[in-house]
Design a protein around this ligand. Sequence first.
Ligand code: N01
Length: 507
Amino acid sequence: MTTHDVEIAIVGAGFSGLGAAIALARTGVDDYVILDRGRDFGGTWRDNTYPGAACDVASNLYSYSFAPNPRWSRSYSHQPEIHRYINAVADEYDVRPKARFDTEVIEARWDEDAARWVVDTLTDGDENTYRARHLVGAVGPLCEPTLPDIDGIDSFGGTIMHSARWNDEVDVTGKRVAVIGTGASAIQIVPELAAIAGHLDVYQRTAPWIVPRTERPYTRAEHWMYKHLPAVQTASRAGIYVFNEFVAFGMTYSPAALKPVEILARANIFRGVRDPQLRARVTPHFQIGCKRILRSNAWYPALDRDNVDVITDPIERITETGIVTADGTAHDVDILVVATGFHVTDSPVFSRIAGVGGRSLAQVWGETGMQGYKGSFVHGFPNMMLMIGPSTGLGHTSMVYMIESQLKYLADYIATARARNAQRVEVTAQAQDRYNSGIQHKLRNSVWVNGGCASWYKDAKGNITTLWPGFTFDFRRETKKFDTAAYDIVGADAVTATPAAPATVGA
Ligand code: N01
């Protein structure tokens, strides 16, 4: 086992981990390492390789503002292109030498006496420990797939795949396929599989709202302009951004304002499904926006195909040969696809991070719910900044915008810690409590609370701790500067002299 000392350990090499590395490098911080269990950069865009995987935020907005891509082939990008883009940015900023891939973080624990994070990792059986002054958690909320808790699932004798762990070698051509789930992943997978499977059953527990997807290839003229007149692409980006923020207004403050979006979604059903009975079954019964609004032109026509059945009877159990529904029907299946989402508020990652007193994030959040300060810091976890932490998720626009807001906060945090020779920086319990009360207050009129749906936005107690309520520019304003008044900041001498009773120098 080897121990390495670094100033900053970044865990995760997706959009936010790579962004963190670039932000640090730009402010002159060189002593950092990126740890990721995967083989290259990309995070969720590396891991989700299912057929049809694509982004439902328009290409011109779904990129770093500091690294525009004039070569996007389409108005909405597909997974391979986004994965390539992220890796190209990593190379452009020369970040790759800092990355340790195929490296699983086993545990990260706070050492109070040394005022450092101790991060144990495993790479091909080799144990390495990184002792870091600061830890940046950039694993993303959608990294740990959820297998549905259905009786008998382990007994299934055919092939079973989660959408986020796709096996390209499985050939579905002519096979009997079942897809469980009708979320953002399923609506992209189903049209692809329906075209080649012998028969496809789609198990729908809740019908989602789906608006048309205005995807098209960019023209040569657009490519020329994006390359030679970058302001045109910047203007397109700004236009998409502003339009999306109107949706944020409806979702957070005035769900009635989303009525035109609902009309669009109803028209999408009418256009895509011929059979009136099927139309009725795929029409949602909750307010639009309560769950993520999805985009597809292909979903309804796929459900309307002769080789596809939409099954709305609840699943009773899974057997060796297929699925039995509550009405007693046995549906034979060769390949079972579970597009059932991720552990978001109960991620297994939380039990691998231990803060003050050895208490893990899982223990702390098990009691309080997933709470933090500005989506970035958590009381009891000094010197640790989370990227896309609690209350930062979006349903309407690009997460990259939120990530970039946090990058500014991160750079300022590190600059502040360095300027003050700080050994220990911890958000105060009062600041965190006040902040979370404000978030919950803002959510009270939102469609997520009042829209009549169950969603992964809510935790086990029914509280929404995943979403940012409001406009994204408010979050950017809030994270513009590292606000030292919300933190206990302990200088170099104080930490070794009085580790248990930190002297506050923040003002
Ligand atoms: O997962 P989900 P996802 N029996 O949790 C159903 C992002 N994303 O992977 O609605 C039967 O949304 C569940 O049913 P219900 C995006 O943020 C982005 O699709 O709970 N069904 C639901 O239909 C998204 O929100 C892109 O009643 C069961 C589905 O499984 C997030 O990832 C693309 C079940 C799960 O839907 C997650 O999306 C893809 C059970 N036991 C994903 N358990 C972009 O384009 C669950 N379900 C950017």
